[in-house]
Design a binder for this molecule. Structure first.
Ligand SMILES: *[C@@H]1O[C@H](CO)[C@@H](O)[C@H](O)[C@H]1NC(C)=O
Ligand SMILES: *[C@@H]1O[C@H](CO)[C@@H](O)[C@H](O)[C@H]1NC(C)=O
Ligand SMILES: *[C@@H]1O[C@H](CO)[C@@H](O)[C@H](O)[C@H]1NC(C)=O
Ligand SMILES: *[C@@H]1O[C@H](CO)[C@@H](O)[C@H](O)[C@H]1NC(C)=O
Length: 453
């Protein structure tokens, strides 16, 4: 249900008056940092190569990490990612809080935020395009050639023999906000802060890995205005209605896994594996929890956190799953740095600082409050889920400046200006792990896997 994408509003369809509400968002970072954030997700297409394979081992799709087009300093990079994270976590928090308002201002940030992409093909003959992977979103949207204001590679419906617009009478059209009928198409408008996006509801064949998915429903973006248009297509891997998983149940049986490469490396390819075949067998699982109010999100039960050998003291309410308030813990591929609700984060941070050395000077950088200007030895951090402990290696805990002079604990407290009840296990903490989403068995698996090349 992420990104305010209209298809995602089902089943709890919101009144249009609320969909366009624009909540104010407080960004604790300097404004100047947020204004340059728009460039970061532009892609260097030339560095991406796709390797597809199909055999009895199933389907594998290579995952690329997005690379900023502009050469940015390490600090700029980190701060940009964090600025975007703020918006995303606020957005996710607002989703889970059960409010019917999509926080559009943060949605603007969020569109730019998913940092891992896959390459897909759409249409007949196939046109290649890049899609941002987002596990907290059901949407598929694609910038189309008719698009006025789109900035990235565009899909040309005219050049596809299998493209069709969905008519107003189609059931899918009932699930978009503010639908309107043009000659033969269902179209709709979205507002993101100061930007607006218009799209046609459409279908075409999309190919991820090697299997064509015929009549895949997505939003064909026709117009964007304002400073923040979606830079590329979006591949929502949530599990709500109209998601990729729902649309490919026969093919992939609501099962997929990914390995995200390190975001420090520039080449890096990991993989998105679709379908139950060839998924890891030696993997630890924790049950997936269902929140009917936020059907796309992948909730798990985080029961405790260990720093070094000590299980830190966290009030149970800070971790408890509550479908009504939305409280609990999710795995998310689109947030960069893990966010814990304040009491949980404080407990982790305090123990971390104690273990690193109580006499060392702690500095802050942007939203990170535990940074050191001297080399440190960090304790391990273990997320203890029901049935599964995940101990993070140092690379998943620390972020280092390129010069090596600054090291920060790469986690933060959840933004405290929205209902901050949600813990988000983010992509930096997941990198070099295989994360398996097994919806039929309602479980999520995690296993170490080096996929940074
Ligand atoms: C979309 O926005 C345009 C103006 O930009 C407006 O004319 C049109 O009526 C809007 N469509 C819907 C469905 O709100
Ligand atoms: C990227 O890959 C190329 C060859 O595929 C290799 O030469 C280069 O060292 C790699 N760079 C990084 C940062 O891993
Ligand atoms: C900590 O910072 C203070 C002030 O910046 C400085 O005087 C002190 O020497 C530092 N302590 C250590 C252990 O580096
Ligand atoms: C996780 O680690 C704790 C010790 O810190 C242990 O008691 C527990 O059994 C472990 N859980 C699993 C599922 O391995």
């Amino acid at each position: 249900m992420a990104l305010g994408y209209p298809l995602l509003n089902s089943p709890n369809k919101k009144p249009p008056s609320q969909q366009h509400t624009n909540p104010t968002m407080k960004l604790p970072l300097p404004i100047s940092l947020t204004t340059i954030s728009l460039t970061i997700l532009l892609l260097l297409l030339s560095t991406s190569t796709q390797v597809q394979s199909k055999n009895q081992d199933g389907l594998t799709l290579q995952v690329f990490h997005m690379k900023p087009q502009k050469q940015l300093s390490w600090q700029e990079n980190v701060l940009q990612m964090q600025a975007k994270d703020e918006g995303r976590v606020e957005y996710l928090s607002s989703l889970v809080a059960g409010r019917s308002v999509v926080p559009i201002a943060s949605g603007r940030q969020i569109i730019q935020s998913p940092t891992y992409i896959v390459r897909g093909k759409i249409g007949t003959p196939p046109q290649t395009l890049l899609l941002a992977m987002d596990t907290s979103n059901d949407a598929a949207w694609i910038p189309c050639t008719s698009c006025d204001g789109c900035s990235s590679t565009l899909f040309s419906p005219q050049r596809s023999t299998t493209f069709r617009n969905l008519p107003c009478g189609s059931p899918q059209c009932n699930q978009v906000p503010n639908p309107s009928c043009s000659v033969s198409a269902c179209s709709f408008n979205l507002t993101y802060g100061s930007s607006s996006i218009a799209a046609n509801l459409a279908q075409d064949t999309i190919t991820l890995a090697t299997d064509p998915i015929p009549s895949y429903t997505f939003g064909c973006v026709t117009k964007t205005t304002g400073p923040s248009s979606p830079p590329q297509g979006l591949l929502g891997l949530g599990r709500g209605p109209l998601s990729l998983l729902s649309q490919t149940q026969n093919l992939y049986q609501s099962t997929f896994s990914y390995c995200l490469p390190s975001f420090k490396s520039l080449n890096f390819s990991g993989s998105l594996r679709l379908g139950p075949v060839a998924q890891p067998i030696r993997i630890k699982f924790t049950p997936l929890l269902k929140n009917p109010r936020r059907s796309s999100l992948y909730y798990v039960n985080l029961v405790a956190i260990r720093v070094g050998r000590r299980i830190v003291d966290i009030p149970p309410a800070a971790l408890a799953f509550n479908p009504t308030t939305g409280a609990g813990t999710i795995f998310d591929s689109g947030t960069v740095f893990t966010r814990l609700v304040m009491p949980a984060y404080n407990a982790v941070r305090d123990e971390f600082r104690r273990r690193v050395g109580p006499n060392l000077n702690v500095t802050s950088l942007g939203g990170f409050d535990t940074c050191y200007n001297v080399p440190i030895v960090a304790p391990t951090i273990t997320f203890m889920f029901s049935g599964m402990n995940v101990t993070l290696p140092q690379d998943n805990i620390l972020i280092h400046s390129t010069a090596g002079s600054t090291t920060c604990l790469a986690m933060a407290a959840a933004p405290d200006n929205v209902n901050s009840v949600l813990n988000v296990i983010a992509n930096m903490q997941q990198q070099n792990h295989r994360v398996l989403f097994d919806i039929p068995n309602s479980r999520l698996g995690v296993a170490r896997e080096l996929c940074t090349k």
